[in-house]
Write a protein that binds this ligand. Sequence first.
Ligand code: PAF
Length: 291
Amino acid sequence: MKLVETVAALEVELDAARAAGKTIVLVPTMGALHEGHLSLIEEANQVADAFVVMSIFVNPTQFGKGEDFERYPRTLATDIEVLSKLAQAPAVLFTPAVEEVYPAGLDAPLKPRAGALGSVFEGIARPGHFEGMLNVVSWFFEVTKPEVAVFGAKDAQQLFLIKRMIHREFNDSIAIIEARTVREEDYLAKSSRNRFLSPEARAYAPNLFASMIQVQEEIIEGELPTVALAKARTILDRPPLAKLDYLALVDKSTFSPISDEFSGEAQLLVAVVVDGVRLIDNITFYIQEPA
Ligand code: PAF
């Protein structure tokens, strides 16, 4: 695994890989690697002739004021150790400096891309988050020019917006691999933020997945989505420990909230702030037309 910090050094690696007929596969991350990230690398390695570039960059513009940018775990030395022990480590680990990603400074305006979707669900609690995220992902796409990029399915709204940006701005030239969410034994989705959960918060956390499965089962058995959601919301919202932010069903193809009459592929989204830690998760399932 080559450690690369600048775009110039990255280009040397990419040129050689392309000359050797490799397919560039980008795995963007913010580090603090856990099994979820390692599964992204496994997915990347499935691509024929893959030349896997993993990036680690804690992107300042996707954290709002009062968010956890300062305390976001930065564990580069451990991350490198973990990666170098893999049977198939990425070919390149790219860790650019803030000045390289943001030459005009962090206060320079970002190109607006998220539109209305930037201010719903995650966007309400995290204003500006998706603009910062799309800005940095587009920068990584520009400098890497990957044929394939791998993102986790856990961040559903992020994934939707990235796919839309690839369509709108990159001419559908990048194929996305949507990596399934890796879970703990009690089905809590793995996340770099889980390390901040207090024992009480950790004990509560499996409720997110359990409630989503309950909603799914009830709807599949014929319950109205609004009724199933309302019931689960009362279970999830447990102040002062857990503050439910949203539990909502969207049409997976448009990310718009669905009505009780909807049939098709639905995505159930949840976000809860548990003892100060924001947890998100989602599942996808098919809602049949009523018989
Ligand atoms: O999902 C993440 O880790 C980040 O949002 C990403 C895509 C690496 C952009 O900073």
